[in-house]
Design a protein around this ligand. Structure first.
Ligand code: FAD
Length: 258
């Protein structure tokens, strides 16, 4: 099969940054034909020593207008894919499927005033892409990024998030964004302490945002740990916030990472 007929392209790693022993970011070249909508994911492939290729879904962190692609990855102990991925170095190649997919995108919502983006761990990735694209800033009056991790040192991309306000094209909208970090296993300066579900139940999240979660104004995207997503969806349902479907627009969109 010729390269152009294959479902994937071969890209080169241009940067790898470890954050903790089990978290790292990687940047690759981007095929000029690779298109995606902020919030989508691509399947990445790594070649194992025996020549076989393992594929896994990864959300893009970078924005659709960046010339490179960036990803944020966990290292799962003994994980088939991440054991290989975490060994790659600058100059190595990564396979990337040509077709980006996924529905954690802004077109899931036909209206809404406040966008809540709830994430655990690497689930923050699609929200970083959405925040680096312009549409969200025009579409919503308030944007609340909730980022939940176990330990404070796992809070990635803080400089990028804080730096959004300095980007020329966002200057007039930057006041709309509020970052709420929450750390579950330790008290951490500047962060709330607790799981997203606890913080919704006890009202701390809405208090920190200075906003109520309501079907009229709130649109909620949730990404990461499937248990967190199920529990949060159940909680939001009691507040009349429901999954947005093509046949029935709603207030909630989700992406399970496993
Ligand atoms: P697997 O055998 O795939 O997973 C083993 C176990 O590890 C899982 O059962 C789960 O308990 C745990 N696990 C898997 N992924 C994670 C994770 N991200 N955080 C915490 N625990 C995890 N992973 C990323 O790191 N970054 C991404 O941007 C990302 N985007 C994804 C987008 C989609 C749509 C989906 C479905 C998954 C995404 N994942 C992402 C998860 C990723 O596809 C793999 O599961 C992950 O790379 C682990 O692969 P593995 O073969 O090493 O372990």
């Amino acid at each position: 099969m010729t390269a152009s007929a294959e479902k994937f392209t071969r890209q080169t790693l241009t940067d790898v940054q470890p954050l903790t022993p089990s978290l790292f970011t990687l940047r690759t070249t981007r095929d000029p034909g690779f298109r995606f909508v902020a919030g989508q994911f691509a399947r990445l492939g790594v070649t194992k020593a025996d020549g076989s290729v393992v594929w896994r879904a990864y959300s893009m962190v970078s924005s659709p207008h960046d010339e490179f692609l960036e990803f944020f990855s966990i290292v799962v102990p003994g994980g088939e894919f991440t054991s290989e991925l975490s060994r790659l170095q600058i100059g190595d190649s990564l396979l990337i499927e040509r077709q980006a997919v996924g529905y954690l995108t802004l077109d899931r919502f036909i209206d809404g005033r406040d966008l809540w983006m709830l994430s655990t761990g690497t689930g923050v990735a699609p929200f970083l892409s959405i925040l680096q694209d312009f549409e969200v800033w025009e579409k919503f009056e308030r944007i609340i990024l909730v980022y939940s991790v176990r330990e404070g040192r796992e809070l990635a991309y803080q400089a990028l998030i804080e730096g959004l306000a300095q980007r020329d094209y966002l200057a007039e909208h930057a006041h709309k964004l509020q970052l709420i970090n929450t750390v579950t296993r330790e008290a951490y300066p500047g962060a709330l302490n607790g799981r997203i579900t606890q913080l919704i139940e006890n009202g701390e999240l809405e208090h920190a945002a200075g906003l109520a979660l309501s079907p009229e104004h709130s649109r909620v995207m949730i990404c990461g740990n499937p248990q967190m997503i199920d529990d949060t969806r159940a909680l939001l349902k009691t507040r009349d916030l429901r999954l947005s479907l093509a046949r029935r627009p709603g207030q909630v969109a989700v992406e399970n990472y496993w």
